[in-house]
Write a protein that binds this ligand. Structure first.
Ligand code: HEC
Ligand code: HEC
Length: 335
């Protein structure tokens, strides 16, 4: 962890001081890479789609991944903070699972280094899914005989293990991609794909400094190796009136997890794709609209107060980063 945070601080300085090094506008690839430890296969994706939708992966058999990350609705749950397996609030807002394949760290504070790690820790999270430990996950999945052949096809003789459950889910998530937005079509050469207003928003996104933090195909920061987190202080200007209005300083971000001073109020820079589907915004879900989120960012990260037309242009640009959502049919689950 130590090496990562030094690396982050180094990058933070580099990005903040050398605006010229910002990455160029990039389209989202139509396919995601997979790690050597979990190469994607059709069999894993098919199994992962089932597991993602199966409420039996939660302790009380009441919530599945899809409960909080509803794919047809943008991959989130529309609540400020999610309600977990025993009806208790998670305390943070559910981010979308669309395009997570292109991120290099997971959770609002970047505490998971891979999609596999994320899926496993979320199943074990006592509030979210409440599975007690790896053995408990394995016993639960083994008790559903119909899964056996699917695990054999995906993992051969390794069969049902908690690691393979997470691998299959991660392989499925790597297929959740929305590469055909107006923005992507524009970057790939269709000069008619964006409206005048969206083009104005795109120009000000860069000129006003949003792109210092939100850059690259997922708008989540500089190009980093998998497992590396790019964090920034939020709010950078804690005296912004919005910090109090939306209670943005109560949760100390990465510090809550590491307990290390340099991590105080540090948050991973999140992706900006598909935000038209995922209101409310920010880690606590207290910012209700995209327009409000833009004002908050201007004030808390750039010390800027945007005019109404400036906000409207930036919102129009952010809308060009959304959809269309490919249809993922609900799987038939083994009895
Ligand atoms: C009870 C609701 C709930 C359930 C069930 C749930 N999630 Fe989440 N998910 C969340 C919340 C809330 C967060 C953010 C938590 C945080 O950052 O501390 C999150 C974060 C994530 C992320 C990180 C996204 C990012 O941008 O970093 C992924 C990926 C994800 N969940 C996938 C899954 C998968 C796969 C499952 C099933 C194994 C699952 N979730 C089950 C609520 C839920
Ligand atoms: C100094 C870095 C930085 C700058 C500059 C910045 N952001 Fe952010 N942005 C962040 C961080 C960090 C978060 C996560 C906040 C949190 O944890 O709640 C975020 C969150 C957001 C969100 C909410 C995403 C969600 O899923 O809820 C939006 C929208 C957003 N930024 C847009 C912008 C826009 C537009 C600009 C320019 C006006 C901008 N940002 C400038 C770092 C930055």
């Amino acid at each position: 962890m130590k090496i990562l945070s030094i690396l982050c601080l180094g990058l933070l300085a580099c990005v903040a001081h050398a605006a010229g090094t910002e990455r160029p506008w990039q389209a989202l690839p139509a396919q995601a890479p997979s790690p050597a430890s979990n190469p994607t296969s059709d069999a894993k994706v098919e199994l992962g789609r089932m597991l993602f939708h199966d409420v039996r992966l939660s302790e009380s058999r009441t919530v599945s991944c899809a409960t909080c990350h509803a794919l047809a609705e943008g991959g989130a749950d529309h609540r400020p903070t999610s309600l977990g397996v025993h009806g208790e609030p998670d305390g943070r807002n559910a981010p979308t699972v669309w395009n997570v394949a292109f991120l290099t760290s997971y959770y609002w504070d970047g505490r998971a280094a891979s999609l596999e790690d994320q899926a496993r820790t979320q199943m074990l999270n006592p509030i979210d899914m409440g599975m007690r430990d790896s053995a408990y996950i394995e016993a639960r999945v083994r008790s559903i005989a119909g899964y056996q052949p699917y695990f054999e096809r995906a993992f051969g003789s390794e069969g049902v293990t908690a690691v393979n459950v997470a691998r299959a889910i991660a392989a499925f998530e790597r297929t959740l991609i929305t590469p055909d937005t107006a923005y992507d079509r524009y970057v790939k050469g269709d000069r008619t794909a964006l409206t005048e207003q969206q083009l104005r928003g795109m120009a000000s996104f860069r000129a006003d400094g949003c792109g210092r933090c939100h850059q690259g195909p997922a708008f989540d920061g500089p190009a980093l190796a998998a497992g590396t987190v790019f964090t920034m202080r939020f709010p950078s200007y804690p005296r912004s009136a919005y910090a109090a209005t939306y209670r943005l300083v109560a949760d100390l971000g990465r510090y809550e997890w590491t307990g290390k001073e340099p991590d105080r109020s540090q948050w991973r820079v999140p992706s900006l794709r598909n935000l038209t589907y995922t209101a409310p915004f920010m880690h606590n879900g207290l910012v209700p609209t995209l327009a409000a989120a833009v004002r908050v960012m201007g004030s808390t990260e750039l010390a800027r107060t945007f005019t109404d037309p400036e906000v409207a242009d930036l919102v129009a640009f952010l809308e060009a980063l959304s959809g269309p959502l490919p249809v993922i049919s609900a799987p038939v689950l083994p009895p």
